[in-house]
Design a protein around this ligand. Structure first.
Ligand code: PEP
Length: 361
């Protein structure tokens, strides 16, 4: 089962001290909920090492927003996946800002993907159509080209380290998110495309939605069966949207849960999801206020087994912390392990046709 993943793309925001302070706030607020949602932040490269250090031993992971494909050499201004290996967990590639502003090609992204996976980074590959392509009805064609080119030559054993972010370019930073149905259908297409090189493993690959995710629309997006989480830009910069709301909602699956928790009862669902009951007489009111967090909770609560994954969220490169001094190699073994009896979610069955919905918010 796929565990939800929420990635915050900070883009070119925050000074180093500001980023560090914000990361520490995230650590305090989100870490207790790592059993139900994987959270990763993607700070600018200049503060990546500092923030990785600040978050070490914590389940919030860090990722780079970009990297080259060579290990080293005369590439002024570039960082390499080799430099990130062992302490940085994720690598985002193919963001539309990289494709459009920096003219990154499908072939280059294929090289970056190989380099990232070679250095055991968990790669988030972003794909998405422009407004022009969308209006011309070329979404499927564009997604197919971008995805097939990027994953060309990737081996099966590496595919589990891959996530795909579907980000319609017209939705990024515009305040116009895709409708949940449109996003879900396009992401269904992405999963079918992934089946060609990766077979059954495609059902293990997380597909995220990105593009104007806000507290107001997050829940309806995240409830969709093909949406395994979000790549969040603008809203990830605001504690009230990304941090506070996630924290608040993740404590509560519903108003009823709040009331039970307030009465001191740790419900069966809370136990199943590994959520802390805690205290707090105002919890029910806080839940009402927090739509993005509500969406995260909804993903965990309404998709049986989604709080679990066949491998630990801090496993792989995060769990090993290769190259780190022993005192830092204390990754949590406290997250739930594999559950072989977990039934497959029937909603994962792929539809025959993508059936793109027209329009968006
Ligand atoms: C992004 O940059 O990946 C993104 C999704 O941005 P926003 O959430 O601001 O649309």
């Amino acid at each position: 089962m796929r565990k939800p993943l929420i990635a915050g793309n900070w883009k070119m925001h925050f000074t180093v001290p500001e980023g560090l302070e914000y990361a520490l706030q995230l650590r305090r607020d989100l870490e207790p909920y790592s059993a139900v949602v994987d959270a990763v932040i993607l700070p600018p490269a200049v503060m990546l090492w500092e923030i990785a250090n600040a978050l070490r031993g914590c389940a919030i992971e860090v990722g780079a927003q970009n990297a080259g494909w060579e290990d080293q050499g005369p590439f002024t201004g570039e960082i390499s996946p080799k430099m990130l290996a062992g302490w940085c967990h994720y690598l985002l590639i193919g963001h539309s800002e990289r494709r459009q502003l920096f003219n990154e090609t499908d072939e280059e992204l294929n090289r970056k993907l190989h380099a990232g996976l070679r250095h055991r980074l968990k790669v988030i590959l972003a794909v998405g159509e422009t407004l022009e392509e969308y209006e011309a009805g070329r979404t499927a064609e564009v997604i197919t080209r971008q995805l097939n080119a990027a994953v060309y030559g990737v081996e099966l054993r590496q595919a589990t380290e891959l996530s795909v972010a579907y980000e319609p370019v017209w939705a990024i930073g515009t305040g116009k998110a895709a409708t949940p149905q449109y996003a879900n259908e396009t992401m269904g297409l992405i999963r079918r495309l992934l089946e060609s090189p990766f077979g059954a493993l495609a059902s293990e690959i997380r597909i995220l939605y990105g593009g104007s995710v806000t507290p107001a629309n997050a829940r309806s997006l995240m409830e969709q069966p093909e949406i395994d989480g979000g790549l969040v830009g603008g809203a990830s910069l605001k504690a009230a949207d990304f941090t506070g709301s996630s924290r608040r909602r993740l404590r509560c699956c519903s108003r009823r849960e709040c009331e039970r928790t307030r009465a001191g009862t740790r419900s069966r669902d809370h136990r199943r999801l590994g959520l802390p009951s805690g205290a707090g007489g105002q919890r029910d009111r806080r839940c009402q206020e927090t739509e993005l967090g509500r969406a995260l909770g909804a993903m965990a609560a309404h998709h049986p087994g989604r709080g679990r994954r066949a491998r630990r969220s801090t496993g792989g490169s995060a769990g090993e912390l290769r190259g780190w001094p022993p005192q830092y190699r204390r990754r949590a073994d406290r997250l739930p392990g594999p559950d072989p009896d977990q039934p497959r979610d029937s909603r994962r069955k792929l539809q025959a046709e993508p059936g793109f919905a027209a329009g968006h918010d």
